[in-house]
Design a protein around this ligand. Structure first.
Ligand SMILES: Nc1ncnc2c1ncn2[C@@H]1O[C@H](COP(=O)(O)OP(=O)(O)OP(=O)(O)O)[C@@H](O)[C@H]1O
Length: 236
């Protein structure tokens, strides 16, 4: 479970997150949508204590990330798949993460298998395609078998087979009772995979509800989303 309460973060010129209150519940895929610069990545960073809020709280399973005893076992995150150390093999990357998080080694083979990377585990990450890096970032997020997953644009760089794979993975993770909070600009994919929608506009919450409610009248998620974003834009 993720709970944001009156969360705000301002950078010099921009109000990145603006009085955001939101609960993201387990057992479903929650799509985190919003135009470029709406504050999605900032929200993820605040949840992971990679940045400090100006006010408000961001809690995972009732605690601030920094207060979690074994954070990798509670929250798995994919932020920027390009931020990996290119000289390491995929296995070594996961080994370092496992050691830092006091996670048993046997989990490495499990997550390599789950992300389809077993055959390339000994290859250097520097030679990986973006899609393979995304898979490795997801493998690292899954290493601690966490109940909460924060995935920032996990479909980036994946080929059609990879997109189908991640669709199944997200559904399975939610089916296992995890909280799956996933940002994306791919509306057609989110329409297939999400149970619940959260839409941000300029740091503020502009929609929060079950996907089925938004698309009840037969409109596509893309149309619904663009209307929401447009009315938010016009309101200021
Ligand atoms: N470290 C930073 N320093 C200054 N401004 C920042 C910083 N990080 C984010 N911002 C600003 O905060 C706002 C929100 O950015 P953020 O990256 O959270 O949006 P986003 O919804 O993730 O966008 P995108 O869909 O493009 O990834 C933007 O105006 C951005 O320029």
């Amino acid at each position: 479970m993720i709970e944001l309460t009156n969360l705000s973060k301002r950078y010099r010129s921009a109000r990145a997150v603006d009085d955001l209150s939101l609960t993201v519940r387990p057992g479903r895929v929650t799509a985190f949508l919003g135009p470029n610069g709406a504050g999605k990545s900032t929200t993820f960073r605040l949840l992971l204590d990679l940045d400090r809020p100006d006010s408000g709280t961001a809690l995972v399973n009732g605690s601030r990330y920094a207060a979690l005893g074994e954070p990798l076992r509670e929250v798995g995150a994919l932020l920027d798949a390009n931020g990996l150390h290119g000289g390491r093999s995929a296995y070594h990357h996961l080994l370092c993460t496992a050691q830092a998080g006091r996670i048993p080694r046997r989990r490495i083979a499990e997550v390599l298998g789950r992300t389809g990377l077993t055959d390339v585990a000994r290859r250097r990450v520097g030679g990986f395609s973006l899609g393979m890096r995304q898979r490795l970032g997801i493998a690292a997020a899954l290493l601690g078998d966490p109940a909460v997953l924060l995935l920032d644009e996990p479909m980036n760089g994946l080929d059609p087979e990879g997109i189908r794979w991640i669709r199944g993975l997200l559904r399975d993770l939610a089916g296992e009772g995890r909280t799956v909070f996933v940002s994306s600009h791919l509306m057609s994919e989110m329409a297939l995979v999400a149970d619940h929608l959260v839409v941000l506009g300029r740091g503020r919450l502009i929609a929060d509800g079950p996907l089925a409610e938004f698309t009840r009248d037969g409109r596509s998620l893309e149309d619904v989303y663009l209307d929401l974003a447009d009315s938010d834009f016009r309101s200021n």
